[in-house]
Ligand binder design. Structure first.
Ligand code: NAD
Ligand code: IPM
Ligand code: MN
Length: 352
C-alpha cells in the first residue's frame, strides 16, 4: 500500500528526531512492502521564517491532503519575543484546531530495561507501568477568551457539554479495551468547568457499566502519580491539566524523550508527535532521544493505517535496542552504551 505522510519538522531538535522516525518507517516499508511518501509542510518557527506566520494555508492544505501527519516539535528562544499571534505555539494550537483533533493520547509505558532510568524507587515503579492519558486537546484554557494589558490580563477556561461528552466517550471506549479503570481528573472543588466536566463524565459512565470510574482532584493526581503510579489505567482530563500531568508521567518511564502522542479527531487525518518540545538546550547536538517520535510513528501505523504487525515490529525493535543497552544521554545509566540520536534510530531500524 501507499501512504502519504505530511512531515512537519518544526524547530530545535525537530528535524533530528523526525529524521530517525522516517528512517524507521522506511525500514518497515521495505520489510512489509509499503510505500511511505513524505510531503513537507512547515510549522512553528520555521514557518514564521518562511511565510511570516506560524501556520500557513499551504501547510494546512498539505496536512489535509495527507493520510497522516508526523510532527517533530516547535518553538524556541528565537521566536519568544515576537507578537503573540506569531508565536510558534500558536501555530501548533491552530493546526490542532484546524484538524479537529480533540483526543490526545499520551501513553506512559515503562520498558522493563529502563526501570533504573526512572527516578522512582524500584518498589514503587514496579513492573509493567502502563498509563494512558487521554487529554482533551481543542478546548479549555488554550482556546478561551484572552486579554492582555500591562495592568490586567486574563484567560478563560470554557467547556461545552458537547466537548466533554465526546472526549469522555473516547476515554471510556479506550478503558473498555484496557483494564477498565478510568480516573477523571478535575478541580471540581473550585472550578465551574470542572463541575460540568464531572457531571457529564458521570452521565457518560452509565453507558459503560463495565468500566470503574473515579474522580480525582488534579493536585492530588499530581501527587498520586509519584506515590502510587500503578493505581492508574486511563486518566481522562482537560487540556491544561493533561499537558502538565503528561510531562510528569513521562518521567516515570525514564524521560520526557520516551513519551509519544497521537492527536485524533473524527476526521481522517491524525497528528502524531512526541509529547516533548523542541528542546533548544540540546538542539543540533545529536543527543536528543528520538524514541518518543519513533513511538509516535508506531501510533500512526496503528491508528491511522491499521498496520498492527508493522507497529509491533517497531515496538519490539525499540525493546531489543534498550535491552541491548543502547541509551541516549537522557536515559543513560552506569554501564550502558551511550549513543547519539542518529545511532539510536539506526540501531532500532536494524532490528526491524
Ligand atoms: P522541552 O520539552 O522542549 O524540554 C524540556 C527538557 O526536556 C529540556 O531539558 C530538554 O532538553 C529535555 N528534552 C525534551 N525532549 C527531549 C528528548 N527527545 N531527548 C532528550 N531530552 C529531551 O520543553 P521546554 O524547554 O519547556 O520548551 C522548549 C520549547 O518547546 C518552547 O518553545 C515550548 O513552547 C516548546 N514546546 C513545544 C512542544 C510541541 O511542539 N509539542 C511541546 C512542549 C514545548
Ligand atoms: C505540548 C506542548 C504544547 C501544549 C504547547 C507548545 C502549545 O506543551 O504539546 O504538550 O501545551 O499543548
Ligand atoms: Mn506540553
Amino acid at each position: 500500500m501507499n501512504y502519504k505522510i505530511a512531515v512537519l519538522n518544526g524547530d530545535g531538535i525537530g528535524p533530528e528526531i523526525v529524521a530517525e522516525a522516517i528512517k524507521v518507517l522506511d525500514k518497515v516499508g521495505e520489510k512489509f512492502g509499503h510505500q511511505f511518501e513524505y510531503v513537507r509542510g512547515y510549522l512553528g518557527g520555521e514557518s514564521v521564517d518562511k511565510y511570516g506566520v506560524p501556520l500557513s494555508s499551504e501547510t494546512v492544505e498539505v496536512c489535509k491532503n495527507s493520510d497522516a501527519i508526523l510532527l517533530g516539535a516547535i518553538g524556541g528562544p528565537k521566536w519568544d519575543n515576537i507578537e503573540p499571534e506569531k508565536r510558534p505555539e500558536r501555530g501548533l494550537l491552530a493546526i490542532r484546531k484546524e484538524l479537529g483533533v480533540y483526543t490526545n493520547l499520551r501513553p506512559a509505558i515503562l520498558f522493563k530495561s529502563l526501570k533504573s532510568a526512572s527516578p522512582l524507587k524500584e518498589e514503587i515503579i514496579g513492573d509493567g507501568l502502563d498509563v494512558m492519558i487521554v487529554r482533551e486537546l481543542t478546548g479549555g484554557l488554550y482556546f478561551g477568551h484572552r486579554e492582555y494589558s500591562d495592568e490586567k490580563a486574563f484567560d478563560t477556561l470554557p467547556y461545552t457539554r458537547f466537548e466533554i461528552e465526546r472526549i469522555a466517550k473516547k476515554a471510556f471506549e479506550i478503558a473498555k479495551l484496557r483494564n477498565k479503570k478510568l480516573t477523571s481528573v478535575d478541580k471540581h472543588n473550585v472550578l465551574d468547568t470542572s463541575k460540568l466536566w464531572r457531571k457529564v463524565v458521570e452521565e457518560i459512565s452509565k453507558d459503560y457499566p463495565e468500566v470503574e470510574v473515579s474522580h480525582m482532584y488534579v493536585d492530588n493526581a499530581a501527587m498520586q502519580l509519584i506515590a502510587n503510579p500503578r493505581q492508574f489505567d486511563v486518566i481522562l482530563t482537560e487540556n491544561m491539566f493533561g499537558d502538565i500531568l503528561s510531562d510528569e508521567a513521562s518521567m516515570l518511564t525514564g524521560s520526557l524523550g520516551m513519551l509519544p502522542s497521537a492527536s485524533l479527531g473524527d476526521g481522517k487525518v491524525g497528528l502524531y508527535e512526541p509529547s516533548h518540545g523542541s528542546a533548544p538546550d540540546i538542539a543540533g547536538k545529536n543527543i536528543a532521544n528520538p524514541i518518543a517520535t519513533i513511538l509516535s510513528a508506531v501510533m500512526m501505523l496503528r491508528y491511522s493505517f491499521n498496520l498492527q504487525k508493522e507497529a509491533d515490529a517497531i515496538e519490539k525493535a525499540v525493546e531489543k535496542v534498550l535491552e541491548a543497552g543502547f541509551r541516549t544521554a537522557d536515559i543513560y545509566t552506569d554501564g550502558m552504551q551511550k549513543v547519539g540520536t542518529d545511532e539510536m534510530g539506526t540501531e532500532i531500524a536494524n532490528r526491524i
